[in-house]
Design a protein around this ligand. Structure first.
Ligand code: SF4
Ligand code: SF4
Length: 507
């Protein structure tokens, strides 16, 4: 076919339609180099906007992003190219370069010409939240409501309006809690770094002792949080949440006023779960543990939940021994259209500390499977903190009360020294996020000294910080999602609302 087109073109070198057909043929066959060469060889069309549009798309595909942006920007006022085609390509490019303000500017230009375009409003809201500028996002939401009348948008608008109910207008806009319900688990994965009751060191930390309250009290405690901080997102983890006493009843009630994110090994009865819970407010973050689950059984349950309307994701720990299982798992899970994430392993394996010890080949392998894990891996690698080192724990010795007290005093002393040294970062953790331990004690975050006690869930004494505050424990901060203002490009995308994830998945 291409030979015929080329030969026809040789006989009529001024036929722009034929020329564009050839360029598109090359482009859609992913032969970008040939497409670019063909354009450069035929300068007679160089001022035609349709050709510029093709060239910009080619640059985009061959990773010449700056050149692509330059050309697309010139086409904004084109008479021959639909502005929406240009703007949506630019949006993708700006997003990749994290130039969110430019994306908003270009959307505004397009909205003047296309004030009824739903997708433009939605993209604008997301970028305004990424800047972050929650207040402006609410203004755009209002404009969206005024201009868009189609019935399909009603559900989406309702979801977005939850943003307005959140306590503050700052990123990530909703309060987030992680509730480690307990430490019990029906699995015992090799790489698990959750403390376990059978660990000899378990009793060293008073927070490790779970408090199992009555379900009525637990539900009441979360209503108290709702009254104070609005509809929040609660991540339930542990151990395994689904083996917590009265799990199904607790889920049923909590999902009426909060959004739940359940981090589970998916060992529970999915039929029973679907009977009592609402897919609108629950997301299932299933982790695939190949030592305990058969892939087919796992997929069957996952697919069942997805068919019932639950948002689902799958994560997998990049433990060195199990890296080889990833391609098949990923392929099978992607077939049912569920996002798959790889978490780099943090810990020791054969006397080597990970993730620092991943080989270059391992890293390429992990990025290829899940490019999002790159940010997490780089962040974890850069941390100086020590992850759980089995070798460093004297497993024969249980600490005495005095040793525990001495340890706490040393920690306090180190903390005071850091405070005196004046090295700190401002962090929103504690204001927009809190970590609740199985005994209900609530802290600013998961890191050791970054913890500021914020009250107890079961006693209804939780009080979040009024403002983002200084943290003196930045050297030991293990959280790659820590909410440092000004560093939103690192963390904000990990605290998205469901409606935002929905839109991003469409893209
Ligand atoms: S399922 Fe999760 S909590 Fe349970 S042992 Fe495995 S990694 Fe640990
Ligand atoms: S910077 Fe890290 S350690 Fe400090 S409060 Fe934030 S998440 Fe916690």
């Amino acid at each position: 076919m291409i030979n015929k087109l080329l030969s026809d073109f040789q006989n009529n070198r001024n036929d722009i339609s034929l020329f564009l057909e050839i360029v598109k043929y090359y482009r859609f066959s992913n032969n970008f180099i040939e497409a670019e060469k063909f354009i450069n060889e035929n300068k007679q069309f160089k001022n035609d906007d349709r050709v510029k549009f093709e060239l910009a798309n080619i640059y985009f595909c061959i990773d010449k992003k700056d050149k692509a942006i330059e050309l697309f920007e010139k086409l904004i006022n084109s008479e021959t190219i639909n502005i929406l085609y240009v703007v949506f390509e630019l949006i993708k490019l700006y997003k990749q370069k994290q130039e969110y303000k430019k994306a908003i500017e270009i959307i505004d230009v397009a909205l003047k010409k296309e004030p009824k375009n739903k997708e433009l409003y939605l993209q604008k809201i997301i970028f305004q939240r990424f800047i972050p500028d929650g207040k402006s996002a609410i203004v755009t939401l209002k404009q969206f409501k005024e201009n868009i009348e189609d019935s399909n948008s009603i559900k989406l608008i309702k979801n977005i309006e939850n943003v307005e109910k959140s306590r503050r207008q700052i990123a990530p806009y909703r309060c987030f809690f992680t509730w480690g319900m307990h430490y019990n688990c029906n699995y015992n994965c090799t790489y698990c770094y959750a403390p376990k009751p059978q660990d000899i060191t378990f009793e060293n930390n008073p927070n490790n002792v779970a408090r199992y309250g009555k379900k009525e009290n637990i539900i009441d405690s979360w209503k108290y949080i709702y009254d104070k901080y609005g509809s929040s997102r609660i991540r339930l983890d542990g151990g395994e949440p689904s083996i917590y006493p009265d799990f199904f009843e607790i889920i049923k009630e909590l999902s009426k006023f909060h959004r739940l994110q359940i981090n589970t090994n998916l060992s529970f009865d999915v039929n029973k779960f679907c009977d009592v819970s609402d897919p609108e407010t629950i997301r299932i973050d299933a982790s695939l543990h190949c030592e305990y689950t058969k892939l087919e059984t796992f997929i069957e349950k996952l697919n069942f939940l997805k068919q019932k309307g639950y948002k689902t994701t799958v994560s997998y720990v990049g433990y060195p021994d199990f890296l080889e299982n990833i391609p098949l798992a990923k392929k099978t899970i992607k077939q049912i259209n569920i996002p798959f994430f790889v978490h780099p392993y943090s810990g020791f394996y054969e006397d080597r500390q990970y993730p620092q010890s991943y080989t270059e080949q391992d890293k390429i392998f992990i990025y290829d499977i899940d490019c999002e894990s790159k940010t997490e891996l780089v962040w974890r690698q850069e941390r100086k903190s020590k992850y759980k080192d089995k070798k460093n724990i004297d497993i024969e010795t249980k600490w005495s009360k005095k040793e525990i007290e001495d340890f706490q005093k040393r920690k306090q002393k180190q903390f005071e020294e850091k405070r005196k040294a004046g090295k700190y970062k401002i962090c929103e953790m504690g204001q927009m996020y809190a970590r609740i331990y199985p005994n209900g004690n609530t802290y600013r975050c998961c890191s050791s000294d970054g913890n500021t006690y914020l009250g107890n869930l079961f006693d209804k004494t939780i009080k979040l910080l009024e403002h983002s505050e200084k943290c003196y424990d930045i050297d030991n901060c293990r959280c790659w999602r820590c909410m440092v203002p000004g560093e939103e490009s690192r963390w904000l995308h990990t605290w998205l609302d469901d409606w935002e994830t929905e839109i991003l998945e469409i893209k």
